[in-house]
Design a protein around this ligand. Structure first.
Ligand SMILES: Nc1ncnc2c1ncn2[C@@H]1O[C@H](COP(=O)(O)OP(=O)(O)OP(=O)(O)O)[C@@H](O)[C@H]1O
Length: 291
């Protein structure tokens, strides 16, 4: 069944460009749920915005949209001339299903509905000119991934994984799907790597160690970096202050910025170096607002 679907996707010619002002669309994916894909997507979006790039983040996880909470922006979008004005926080334009349905409503969509909603997220949202539009995908390989690969040209896909074997098994399947639909693989981010005790400094490899890098080597794709498992990162997500903007001086924020620079370089942009954290932060128009 999956093969039939991917075959369909491969054959479908790219439609009219639904987002002509967007230079690079980047899929943030994961083989498994709960590995930190939305956390990585929101921190990378902030890190890219801090370089001065124009950035959007689409919460394409129609079944479990978390981006508004993680980006501290629960207030829904406004409409203008029948179009949706994306919400903006930390210099990142945002859209999510969470803005459009009541909080407690179950999110159960059939395939055609998924396609329609995603199309509306591309076509009916006033994204304007963007350097990067990140798509936070649902975990796994399903309707959303296929619809998106048919709808817009993807500059590349990033996969987030935790380091243990069972997560890596799913990474390979996810990456194979992107390869089948001719989406370049930008690389793997290993999240929830080691835990370093804040008291004694001892390192514990809760989900094993180094699996993301080994998988990248095996698959012949770049390893983009590792993010430690750290309560401050979880706290940033829960409180709507991604650590990249909530605590920019932390090593965790630096790890996200480093990955963002690798993505910029992979897509042909210029790495921004030498900027102080203060000067980068001044580029965020309205920090900590819109919640
Ligand atoms: N590096 C980290 N350290 C500590 N907590 C983390 C880290 N990364 C993510 N988390 C936490 O793990 C939980 C799951 O993360 P997140 O929602 O980003 O995962 P996900 O892969 O997008 O999940 P799903 O796609 O299944 O909704 C969240 O509570 C988040 O704050």
């Amino acid at each position: 069944m999956a093969d039939e679907h991917t075959h369909e996707a491969q054959q479908a010619p790219a439609k009219d460009n639904l987002i002509p002002g967007v230079k690079h669309v980047i899929a943030v994916s994961s083989g498994k749920g709960g590995v930190g894909k939305s956390t990585v997507a929101s921190n990378l979006a902030c890190a890219l915005a801090l370089t001065g790039a124009k950035v959007g983040l689409m919460d394409a996880d129609l079944y479990g949209p978390n981006i508004p909470m993680m980006m501290g922006s629960s207030k829904g979008p406004e409409q203008k001339d029948g179009k949706i004005v994306p919400v903006e926080n930390y210099g990142v334009k945002l859209i999510s299903m969470a803005y459009l349905v009541p909080e407690e409503a179950p999110l159960v969509w059939r395939g055609p509905m998924v396609h329609q909603y995603l199309q509306a997220f591309f076509r009916d949202v006033l994204w304007g000119d963007l350097d990067y539009l990140l798509l936070d995908l649902p975990p796994g390989t399903g309707d959303v991934q296929l619809s998106i690969s048919q709808m817009v040209p993807l500059a590349g896909a990033i996969t987030v994984t935790t380091p243990q074997e069972v997560a890596l098994y799913d990474v390979r399947k996810g990456m194979a799907m992107f390869q089948k639909v001719n989406v370049p693989l930008l690389g793997i981010v290993e999240n929830m790597s080691s835990f370093v005790c804040g008291h004694c400094g001892e390192r514990t490899d809760i989900f094993s160690h180094g699996g993301g890098e080994r998988a990248a080597e095996k698959l012949g794709i770049p390893f983009l970096g590792r993010i430690p498992i750290d309560p401050a990162i979880r706290d940033g997500g829960d409180s709507g202050h991604p650590i990249v903007v909530g605590n920019p001086a932390s090593p965790q924020a630096a790890a996200f910025r480093d990955i963002a620079q690798k993505i910029i370089a992979a897509l042909g942009g210029t790495e921004q170096s030498g900027s102080s954290i203060d000067s980068l932060l001044k580029k965020i128009k309205q920090p900590f607002t819109n919640s």
